[in-house]
Design a protein around this ligand. Structure first.
Ligand SMILES: *Cc1c(COP(=O)(O)O)cnc(C)c1O
Length: 449
């Protein structure tokens, strides 16, 4: 029996990984999630200590691809996708910084995009199908997706991004690709881009266009994001020893990767979901009342300017509740269990800047704004509960060179630009531009298909 994925809205039939991946969002507008999580035994997890990253990826993902991708082919995909280092730097004692910024577009989004593009390419080739990947980005997804799907046969990519909310290098990493990749700058916010994408998916007039999504609503984004938590634990903890993870969160896809790892058997003491001024989640955790932030608030950690994190629907479902795509909760999750397992705090821009400065001064390690939010969130948690001897991993999600202005202001110098980024920054840009107007976007899509 292949593993099945059901929709968080509970109104669509369960499907296998292949269908869940190709559809992106379920027909009832819910998000696909495993009906039940495949398990890794303690021994299987203990064996990770001696394996390179791509082999851990293979052993974790193979639990989902039974009957869909042959093991040898999956192993090959993992080796090709994960050919870059995943540094774990000592901060102090048993607290580490995991840098997920060494992929082709220097953010953690590469981990998921690289794997998803390979799976998509395979499924489309086998079916002789074509697909248009529509994705809204707050900065890094667009670049990761565009690079991963660039020149994959059968795929058109259309990326929407908020023109004023992405940094220059984030933008150039998307707009300098050509061929099957189109980028559209929207005069609006990330939430506008996401709403336009969602509306296109639900629009009956576009039914003839085979749309798919590569956003973190796609389950293909989440599963590969569980792997680096297994990897981190294999490098910093003893077999069976629980760890603490601090994750800078916007749409909560990265954080859900940690939940997936935990549900598969990874011992986790606490997950810190650190957010910027978009504090709907910490408020919900405190009060049980969910109020999305509309419009979302601009912060230095721009990839986390998300007023209503889509993945909360999945988190709520893990804890026995139900939340629809608009954020309406029809059944409350087990709040006591959520509070036991998770901590969340909101970090202001002022504290984000202080985080970059203090971290550099104390440890001579450089953070960018997203990682600084994770660091401050971690400190907020340790102020409430002693860490003791527990190994902890702070997740740095982007390369500081993606935020040269912000970093320069704080530490006084600009970080070195990684070679792969440098190449993109020199190429000519090419993108379309429009207002946050669904009618215009719809015409744009129709004209291209
Ligand atoms: C996307 C992104 C985040 C937030 O990740 P989510 O999965 O949306 O919570 C954090 N940091 C960076 C650099 C990102 O690009």
């Amino acid at each position: 029996m292949p593993l099945l994925f059901r929709s968080t809205n509970g109104q669509s039939p369960a499907v296998n990984l292949r269908e869940a991946l190709l559809q992106g969002q379920a027909p009832d507008r819910g998000l696909y999630f495993p009906e039940k999580f495949p398990q890794l035994t303690r021994d299987e997890i203990a064996a990770f200590a001696k394996l390179p990253y791509h082999e851990i990826a293979f052993r974790v993902l193979a639990k989902y691809t039974d009957g869909i991708v042959a093991p040898a082919e999956l192993a090959q995909m993992c080796a090709a996708a994960y050919n870059f280092p995943v540094p774990l730097e000592v901060i102090n004692f048993r607290t580490f910084l995991m840098r997920l910024d060494q992929g082709p577009t220097a953010s953690f989004k590469d981990f998921a995009a690289q794997m998803m593009a390979r799976l998509f390419g395979k499924f489309l080739r086998e079916d002789g199908r074509q697909v248009t990947i529509l994705t809204a980005t707050s900065g890094d997804t667009g670049a990761a997706v565009a690079h991963a799907f660039h020149n994959i046969p059968g795929v058109q990519v259309i990326v929407l991004f908020p023109i004023a909310e992405v940094s220059e290098s984030q933008r150039k990493l998307m707009t300098t690709l050509k061929d099957n990749v189109r980028t559209v700058a929207i005069d609006g916010k990330f939430d506008d881009c996401q709403a336009m994408v969602k509306q296109a998916f639900a629009d009956p007039d576009l039914k003839h266009i085979p749309l798919s999504s590569a956003n973190s609503i796609n389950i293909g984004r989440l599963l590969p994001q569980s792997v680096y938590y297994f990897y981190a634990a294999s490098r910093v903890a003893q077999a069976g020893e629980p760890i603490v993870l601090s994750i800078p969160s916007g749409n909560f896809g990265d954080m859900m990767g940690a939940i997936v790892a935990r549900e598969m058997g990874l011992p986790v003491r606490k997950i810190v979901a650190a957010v910027n001024d978009n504090d709907a989640f910490p408020k919900f955790l405190a009060t049980g009342d969910y109020q999305k932030i509309c419009p979302s608030r601009n912060s230095l950690s721009n990839a986390m300017n998300v007023g209503h994190p889509s993945n909360l629907a999945r988190l709520v479902s893990v804890y026995g509740g139900q939340m629809d795509e608009t954020g309406k909760i029809s059944r409350l999750p087990d709040l006591a269990a959520l509070r036991r397992d998770l901590f969340s705090s909101s970090v202001s821009d002022e504290r984000t800047v202080a985080g970059i400065r203090d971290f550099w001064n104390q440890f001579q390690l450089l953070l960018e704004p997203h990682g600084a939010v994770a660091w401050q969130g971690f400190l907020d948690w340790t102020a409430q509960e002693p860490l003791g001897n527990t190994p902890a991993v702070i997740v740095e999600t982007a390369n500081p060179a993606k935020f040269p202005v912000e970093v320069q202001k704080v530490v006084g110098w600009e970080p070195d630009v990684p070679a792969n980024m440098l190449a993109s920054l020199k190429l000519p840009e090419d993108y379309d531009r429009m207002g946050a107007d669904y009618g215009k976007f719809k015409s744009y899509l129709l004209a291209r298909h």
